[in-house]
Design a protein around this ligand. Structure first.
Ligand code: BYC
Ligand code: FE
Ligand code: FE
Length: 492
């Protein structure tokens, strides 16, 4: 877990580094004005984006929201906070600064200068990666569309909207690459990014987790903890890309991403805190009647979101992943800190799989198992939050603990797909799985129980009963600050 993630958003700006031009219709630091054709193409996409935002963006009407907007891409002071009407948020194109000496650090092009253009031989693969990445960003906004109606506080409502506008900006980040580097095909893909929609039966989003409904705020916090964290890790590998504009885009997106995970880790923590208080005060696990979310339901939500997010890493063994790596398109997490040859021709690793009702391990070429390499890094990071939540339980004198389920639990993609593995890691037959699955994954009754607690609390400084208040506010403002001004007539 990074420092940003623990402490929340960075304070107001100080330095004048890499200012972003806000006099343009599309704010940017890529000299869009210097390329009229590109500028016109993106200005043609902009109203379609705004239409999409109006139709599938946040449903709760608001007057304005205390939002962070990027104003520079330097190390310090990159963001500015102010109340802005959400539809007037300045979505723009911000790339981290270019390092003219940057070289490729892995794969068969290792040591060559980073690419400023897309090499013909890697065009299709790069397009595919950018489209998959771009598809997830608006998908999450669609999934979170109605959560504003049940926000546990104005502080949380503001954080939801901050995440939403930034995911919208991440879509812009990918659309810029599509328009600038992939010609007509790129422009067509950019249109499709607004036409596929989360959960749509005919035109769904590309990856599984982005078609699941985000039913309530507990699920939202689990999503920002587990699923945005897939974003962190995927962006971390694309930031190593030999294609320099992609690398620089992802580098800047990662800065925004830290806040999304802050929302997740603190959201679940505050939920657990209230649950623990109620368990200790009433000496029972059954705290629903006292207005808290029972710990076993929190565990089920955790099990679900972790397992669908594990699926986002693709198959453990993937020739795609090996090819992306050798071609220099997608590196490993912390590639430059790895102490090996960064080519991986002879490297191997262990991989767990299911055989004859048992978990076994075998040795596989590392190059074929890079999705697994990344997933392991991700899983270790996920465990850090669970440890933190358990400290809250311990401090409250509660003996129960949350766990991260086994990597094989509830998997639909890869080596575990088609098998049943319990959270503890036992391989089960169909009958045993069906007899016990209700205790592991949220069912209708669990979701209904959580839904019954999801009453909006829009009074400044007050919080719904199922969640503890945060220790501090956003950008040094008090917790009771007027982060959001609602549009009163919009409330029904
Ligand atoms: N659902 O060879 P395999 C984020 C497909 S999140 C459905 O194992 P590969 C965010 C796969 O596409 C980060 N389909 O896959 C978070 C392939 O299809 P084709 C998003 C799946 O290519 C919160 C086939 O199965 N970014 O930013 O090694 C809020 C064979 O699979 C799934 C990226 O993912 C699935 N779960 O790896 C907002 C980075 N998994 O080619 C935003 C870019 C796999 O046979 N994407 N498939 O038609 C990639 O690097 C890779 O595409 C993947 C898959 C890691 C996703
Ligand atoms: Fe994102
Ligand atoms: Fe995110």
């Amino acid at each position: 877990m990074s420092t940003d993630e623990r402490t929340g958003p960075a304070p107001a700006p100080t330095g004048p580094l890499s200012r972003i031009d806000y006099s343009e219709r599309i704010p940017n630091n890529v000299d869009l004005a210097g390329d009229r054709r590109l500028q016109r193409a993106l200005e043609g996409w902009q109203p379609k984006f705004l239409d999409w935002w109006k139709q599938l963006g946040p449903a709760l009407p608001t007057k304005d929201v205390y939002l962070r907007t990027a104003i520079a891409v330097g190390r310090d002071g990159w963001a500015h906070f102010a109340h802005v009407p959400m539809e007037q948020y300045r979505w723009g194109i911000f790339l981290a600064e270019r390092d003219p000496d940057r070289v490729v650090t892995f794969g068969k092009h290792k040591g060559e200068p980073a690419w400023q253009e897309v090499p013909g031989e890697h065009r299709a693969a790069l397009l595919r990666l950018i489209v998959v990445q771009g598809d997830t960003e608006p998908a999450s906004v669609e999934q979170q569309r109605v959560l504003g109606n049940t926000a546990p506080s104005i502080y949380d409502l503001r954080n939801l909207f901050q995440v939403n506008v930034e995911e919208g900006r991440h879509l812009w980040a990918m659309v810029y690459l599509l328009h600038a580097y992939f010609g007509r095909e790129g422009r067509e893909e950019a249109e499709q990014l607004l036409k596929r929609n989360s959960g749509d039966l005919d035109a769904p989003r590309i990856l599984g987790a982005f078609n699941e409904a985000t039913t309530d705020w507990l699920q939202f916090f689990m999503f920002t903890y587990f699923t945005d964290r897939d974003g962190k890790y995927q962006l971390g590998t694309l930031k190593e890309s030999a294609f320099d504009p992609l690398a620089r885009t992802c580098q800047f997106m990662l800065k925004e991403e830290a806040h999304h995970m802050f929302v997740g880790v603190t959201g679940v923590q505050r939920t657990v805190e209230r649950t623990a208080q109620l368990m200790a005060a009433h000496r029972t696990k059954d705290i629903l009647a006292y207005g808290g979310i029972p710990l076993d339901i929190i565990q089920k939500y955790l099990n679900f979101q972790y397992s669908v997010s594990m699926d986002l890493f693709g198959s453990e063994q993937s020739t795609n992943a090996g090819n992306y790596y050798s071609a220099g398109l997608k590196g490993r997490w912390m590639e430059t800190r790895r102490k090996d040859d960064h080519v991986l021709i002879d490297a191997t690793r262990q991989m767990t799989y299911v055989d004859g009702g048992e978990l076994r391990t075998r040795t596989v070429p590392l190059l074929s198992a890079l999705n697994l390499d990344l997933r392991d890094e991700y899983a270790a990071d996920c465990a850090a939050g669970v440890k933190r939540w358990n400290q809250v339980l311990e401090a409250a004198g509660v003996t129960e603990r949350l766990i991260l389920p086994h990597e094989g639990f509830n998997r639909k993609v890869g080596a575990y797909a088609g098998h049943h593995v319990s959270p503890a890691g036992e391989v089960l037959d169909d009958e045993a799985w069906h007899a016990r699955v209700d205790g592991w994954l949220p069912g209708d009754a669990d979701r209904a129980a959580v839904a019954s607690l999801m009453v909006p609390e829009y009074e400044y400084g007050r919080f719904a009963g199922w969640i503890a208040p945060p220790r501090t506010g956003i950008n040094d403002q008090p917790v009771e600050f007027d982060y959001v001004h609602l549009l009163e007539e919009g409330l029904v």
